[in-house]
Design a binder for this molecule. Sequence first.
Ligand SMILES: Cc1cc2nc3c(=O)[nH]c(=O)nc-3n(C[C@H](O)[C@H](O)[C@H](O)COP(=O)(O)OP(=O)(O)OC[C@H]3O[C@@H](n4cnc5c(N)ncnc54)[C@H](O)[C@@H]3O)c2cc1C
Length: 503
Amino acid sequence: MPPVIHESSQKRWQNWHQSYIQKLELLVDVWNEDASQSTVPGYIDTTRGLQGLIQRALTQRLELRGLGGGWSFTKAPATSGILVNTRPLNYLFPAPRTHPAHPGRREDLLFTQCGVSVAELNHFLKRIGKSLTTSGASNGQTIAGAIGTGTHGSNLETGAMQDFVVGLHLVVSPDRHVWLERASAPVINDEIPQKLGAELVRDDALFNAALVGLGGFGLVHGVLMEVVDLYYLQAYRRRMPLTEELWRAFDQLDFSGITLPGPPGLKPYHFTAVINPNDMDRGVFVTVMYKHARCPEGSTPPSPGSKLTQGDNGLEIIGVLTDMVSELTIPLLSRLMDRFYTEYENVCGTHGELFTDTTTRGKAWGSAVAVPLGRVRETVELALAINRAQPFPGLFGLRYTLPSRATLAFTQHAPMTCILDIDGTASTRTKSYNRRVWQQLAKSSIPHTYHWGKFHELDGPAVRGRYGEAHVNAWLEARRTLLPTPELRAAFANDYLRGLGLA
Ligand SMILES: Cc1cc2nc3c(=O)[nH]c(=O)nc-3n(C[C@H](O)[C@H](O)[C@H](O)COP(=O)(O)OP(=O)(O)OC[C@H]3O[C@@H](n4cnc5c(N)ncnc54)[C@H](O)[C@@H]3O)c2cc1C
């Protein structure tokens, strides 16, 4: 039975954070015919429905774009043509049959439809004794949307979210859909793409490019991911003086000079800092989480009712606080931080219990710049110096991840990428502050890249300069291979990609 395609009469669409309004021809919500039960025939019918939408876009010469949670601050998910809301597509197929050469266990794989949210994934995986290795600090993104811009957390042992993805089911034209994997690491049993009617393509370059595809590689219908056995995180947050030793921890992840909160001798699994640049004399907030098979005796569970949770970062803090007050000034931010972003000890829960749902929207504005280890202090000091000259009510966050294999991942810096989040209120002051930081960074020798889903002012030459000519060319080449006609490439382009020189 064909999927239910609901056409909205809405001619304007706004992203979650209301940072822009986009005029469009058509907004459609796509539902599996039987939304309550994951079935292969239902999935196949929905693939056909998505192909029908591509045909319609081509016939009417309209753009077409997959929409996830709409959480991007940038216009990555925006289109003037047909916006395909994929959030209702939430089938889940655990433990698919694997390729004989795949060394891993079948139960460590999960095949999901594109619209499953990170929150849904956390709940489902917990029920079957599994977990995501990482996610962003909060969890309203869909899986396709999260990987589409390269969403990351701050896990010292893994990469960003796209780095646990091992297969993609892409609907690329009215008569073609492909199952894409790395040739160097086949994972799925050939039988499954055959059953889905998908063309099996094993190619490292194509797969790595399509992973962080910015909606430009067709409609992502399914995502095959590696999951791990359920684990627990024992979490601590402490305000610590910003000593030379703590700078070394931020810059090099060298913890030898400091005493991290928590049990001695354990290696942190998760490490982040939140810095209020206007209130540093009282120290900076360091959050550390240790991984365990079970919660240690004496730990306390996370309190789900609290406004801010253990895993929250700068963006969530600003979002919550701007929901409470009409104007977030510098002194007020410090006072509210004292009240709501407090130290805690020995709280333990699953990944999904610590990095939870965000229901507040707030008037927040976020950017994120990624730099390699060894250049972190320089980057933060550059941002601090600009704040001294032009203070803004906002927060810096430091998060870390292993470099990604995705061609255009912004978390690409080896040996480890540090992400400096700069989060503030949605005000001209925050924007002009960020602009100064970006200008100074462009003049510096620090290698840096920007989060595709958060604010930036990149254009074509800047993208080539920051992400590398070879990476951009490989991404464009892969896009030409998967979308071989100019009509298809035009259909899956938008203003955002054109502005970046990626259409
Ligand atoms: C409150 C908040 C917290 C955040 N926290 C973090 C964080 O901790 N770490 C981090 O890295 N980022 C974070 N972000 C940024 C966010 O994770 C990214 O912008 C992410 O891409 C949003 O996912 P989404 O599902 O909302 O996707 P959307 O914004 O809807 O789309 C993102 C991209 O994916 C494409 N896409 C979506 N679905 C499909 C599909 N089915 N087929 C093809 N293309 C598709 C869209 O076209 C678009 O190009 C946060 C944002 C907010 C608002």
